[in-house]
Design a protein around this ligand. Sequence first.
Ligand code: G2I
Length: 459
Amino acid sequence: MINNLPRSRGSVRSHGRNLLVFGVVGAFVAAGLVALAGTASAATTLGASAAERGRYFGTAVAANRLNESDYVNTLNAEFNSVTPENEMKWDALEPSQGSFNFGNADRITSHAQSRGMRIRGHTLVWHSQLPGWVSGLGTTQLRSAMNNHITTVMRHWQGRIHSWDVVNEAFQDGGSGARRSSPFQDRLGNGFIEEAFRTARAADPTAKLCYNDYNTDGANAKSNAVFAMVQDFRNRGVPIDCVGFQSHFNAQSPVPSDYRQNLQRFANLGVDVQITELDIEGSGTSQANNYRTVVDACLAVSRCTGITVWGVTDKYSWRSGGTPLLFDGNYNKKAAYNSVLTALGGTPGGGGGGGGGGGGCTVSYTETQRWGDRFNGQVTVRAGSSAINGWTTTVTVTPPQQVSATWNGSPSWDTSGNVMTMRPNGNGNLAAGASTTFGFTVMANGTWSAPTLGSCTAS
Ligand code: G2I
């Protein structure tokens, strides 16, 4: 099934013991997503706190920044989904007809996969960043070039990309609701979008297929036109699974007051919605408040499956003068970062743990939630008859499963990527008989076996 809802299938778990130590369980229940009722403390990163709410939290990534350690450390610590910012565009992948360059994009996808991050594909058919040879083609040649591009690119990463922006920005701005002029629109007519989606479904049936656009974030002529198209596709069985809302905001284009309602009306058509390129110009409290509005809106719409910000740091933003992102040019967390983390139910802080001590510990595993493509697991670590100051255990998943997020622990991986060693993240000190938990999301990739735990080593 392609349309997976981020819904809880299991029953609500509620242990009085845990409610005493974790008072925000009600917030998860209110959001319709029962996450980790047994969690002893909230997550401390964007990706982990989003995962607890059944969402991903991603960023646009540029391949040529992957050599910069601060960039990579921030990426690895905070995000669990990536979108190549330019490397999967037509001019990058197929600069001359039939000759494909996957190198830069592969650098990003390899990095993401080695860390268990999800990958958004951006973008297959777009009027911009289109090499000159495409505009020179006649109708028949253009049709086959478009279908060949979609098929070749999607097959290259088949099964590895959770969502593809199949068609990007095909509608005009302003009040007309008309299609934007492009080689595809002008030669192939309105049907090019439908054709692109049908070709995409055949090329990689495991990927969710999205239409992505900007200035569609509230109800207006442009979003109404996109809405009508998606409704028509759903009515006629044209394969579409998701709509991306870019959400580039500034003073001229603020977060619309009906942002949540607009996401919801698209979700009601039976598609997922994703916030795909979020950035909000500004600073301080007002920027932080705007970010919170966007995150709250996504959390309020059960089919809003994830949020991607359009870059890691202000200094590399496509509009860096507007300082629109969550980390400043020195990778310091901004007020907007804390606002997003808090809105996701996380708490700023974390770190530390370990030290000397003695006594044993035990570990036990529970699956706390399952979606169509993934599940959340929780491990309880319990001290034996004496207090401990630290603990270590391993969680082994079965390939092709992948751990895509963790919380309340400091993970490291073996070279296979299947064995995660977990150590405390501020929750290493346990009194005799006392327990803590850590959690993680496993992308099933078709395999639903439970992870196996190694023994617990106390210190
Ligand atoms: O314009 C913001 C975004 C709007 N939605 C679609 C996105 O794909 C788009 O991303 C931006 C990138 O963030 C920019 O990095 O798309 C721009 C191009 O349309 C990108 O800018 C280009 C520069 O124009 C080129 O000069 C440069 O060679 O980035 C290229 C690679 O650094």
